[in-house]
Design a protein around this ligand. Structure first.
Ligand SMILES: Cc1cc2nc3c(=O)[nH]c(=O)nc-3n(C[C@H](O)[C@H](O)[C@H](O)COP(=O)(O)O)c2cc1C
Length: 160
């Protein structure tokens, strides 16, 4: 019998992750972003990372349209920001009142993120109800600060 959806969520939630906001833009230049923890390093040569985006997300069409995205790794004080970008819809309105600047690839870089990674789309693969995007890393920066952590469906901090 296939695993029940809620049970699957519970099981996967036992894998502690950081939290990111992934940003991109439409061809008209409207900015989009969503909270995501399905993010991993893939390759050093060429430098690649992986994200997984829900096909039902409002921002989903813009990843292939723009062929660029930026992964913003959130700091421990950015739970409110994470919650905001986890609410579906609103497009660029999600960014109202939020400090950000435009990166070299055109996608927003959020202030106070502990790192950002700018990518060009390298490849896309079907992942069931998600699409897996491999991003080729063009530019990245790291800053001081501890990460926001997601574990068992809740926000945590490292506590050390
Ligand atoms: C901690 C956390 C991690 C998430 N990870 C992902 C993810 O990796 N991929 C994804 O598509 N959605 C993920 N989501 C859900 C999206 O943030 C949510 O569906 C969002 O509303 C999509 O925004 P949009 O519809 O405006 O594009 C996550 C949500 C939370 C709270």
């Amino acid at each position: 019998m296939p695993i029940d959806k809620n049970e699957l969520r519970r099981v996967m939630g036992h894998f502690a992750t950081g939290v990111t906001v992934i940003t991109t833009l439409s061809k008209e230049g409207e900015i989009h972003g969503l909270t995501a923890n399905a993010f991993t390093s893939v390759s050093l040569e060429p430098p690649l990372l992986l994200i997984s985006v829900d096909k039902k997300a409002e921002s989903y069409p813009y990843f292939e349209e723009s062929r660029i995205f930026t992964v913003n790794i959130l700091g421990e004080d950015q739970e409110t920001l994470s919650r905001r970008f986890a609410v579906s819809g609103g497009g660029s309105k999600k960014f109202e009142g939020i400090a950000y600047h435009t990166g070299a690839n055109g996608a927003p870089i959020l202030e106070d993120a502990i790192s950002y990674i700018e990518c060009g789309l390298y490849a896309a693969y079907d992942g069931g109800d998600h699409t897996l995007y491999l991003g080729e890393i063009k530019q990245a920066e790291i800053f001081e600060g501890k990460p926001l952590v997601f574990f068992r469906g809740g926000y945590r901090t490292l506590g050390d």
